[in-house]
Design a protein around this ligand. Sequence first.
Ligand code: FAD
Ligand code: SF4
Ligand code: SF4
Length: 483
Amino acid sequence: MTEHMQQFVRLAQQPPEKRAAVERREDFGEIYRDFDPKDAAAQASRCSQCGIPFCQVHCPLGNNIPDWLKLSAEGRLEEAYEISAATNTFPEICGRICPQDRLCEGNCVIEKGFESVTIGAVERYITDTAFENGWVRPIRPRRERAQSVGIIGAGPAGLAAAEALRRKGYQVHVHDRHDRVGGLLIYGIPGFKLEKEIVARRRAWLEDGGIHFHLNEDIGGALSFAELRARYDAVLVATGVYKAREIDVPGSRLDGVVPALDYLIASNRKGLGDAVPDYDSGALNAAGKRVVVIGGGDTAMDCVRTAIRQDAAAVTCLYRRDRANMPGSAREVANAIDEGVEFTWLSAPEAFVGAGRVSAVKAVRMHLGLADASGRQTVEPIAGSEFTIEADLVIKALGFDPEDLPGAFNEPGLTLTRWGTLKVDSKSFMTALPGVFAAGDIVRGASLVVWAIKDGRDAADAMHAYLETAAARPDGALATAAE
Ligand code: FAD
Ligand code: SF4
Ligand code: SF4
């Protein structure tokens, strides 16, 4: 260990500067400024180089955090980049949007008396610097293979798998029903967390590496799953989860009560310069409106903060548990509060009221009861505690379930778990169909980008093993599916 590490005892935690709330409310730019190189090195030097680095243990990708922190502290950024990129396909994206307070930083041991190392910000800084300096080299497989792979879904799981398979020389084709690459990175997550250029930069890099994108192609619609399967030697399903959970209360079909993802996609498309009639008409635009968002996860936080930037008259988040039990990142909740969002915790909607169009939300106060079998406290309404919030736009952000994929793909052989996610063998990532693999939210349920990347990389390894075995067989026939 070198003497210039362990600076946490004398140097306070200092993340990159956060733009003032009044300024960031005015646009969709990222809220953190870039690290100054000197500050990045100094913050990296706060790491105590733990023998058992709990940060790494709690990073889903097992990133070698202590090593790239040490190299960053020494100014050896190109080497830091090589180590960071060895385990993470998109470190600059994770550095921006991982809920670090629950993962690496939340488990940094110096957190016990000092504030954690700013791991995410340094990770982002390393790869942004690598791009600026031309260290992010194009994907150039050592040898080309004739075998081809079809990937359904250009979200982080599909893209991470595409990169890993292309690196091994496979002919990789990614199909997506959207017109842009990135999945929720482009149309779900707003620019104030992840600017769109960051995703577009990776698309260009993947294309330059020889990955083919087939956009505006809905598998099960424009192209059948059977046709797609016949085209490729192996297929990866990485379609994410998109069926919005409903609120079963009176008035949930009134005009002005909208699903979160419709709202976010409209806002993201507008920012990307697309024509968005539902935004222009006001149907999916919060400007001048009193907005109520129902939910307490990442999607709800993105909606409230988008509404603030669209110049809503007032923005309230209604969540049935308390702040400590919110599923979203604590950091994003704090950012939302700074930006002017009102939180009404321990409250749930009972009805949306209005004549044709919503004008108010009737809600009731909740209290936290005993823990259920899952260990989570139950919530119960408090009798006589009803209240009303006036609203012109209500956004439902209660989470997502998987769509009926066997139905959409007309393929009953794709078996499901009891949660409706695709069933795969935990080691081979293969579904019940030979040569068909799956990864990301469609397997795990709504989760995180870092987990999608991890699953995409692991599925790619399993597909490679499968394809090599198939290639070695005299008849080239494919192995049978795992149970
Ligand atoms: P997706 O990103 O959903 O990509 C799936 C792709 O498949 C999409 O492009 C879709 O168009 C395509 N597709 C689906 N069906 C078909 C079909 N039939 N034919 C062709 N293409 C198809 N995670 C974080 O870590 N940090 C965050 O801050 C964060 N914020 C979030 C905010 C919002 C609003 C939402 C909704 C999620 C957020 N998440 C966040 C979760 C994260 O975005 C997901 O876990 C992650 O994107 C899942 O990756 P994926 O590749 O499995 O699926
Ligand atoms: Fe932390 Fe996410 Fe980076 Fe892992 S990938 S080190 S969890 S920010
Ligand atoms: Fe460094 Fe914190 Fe990781 Fe320890 S837990 S190696 S101090 S970043």
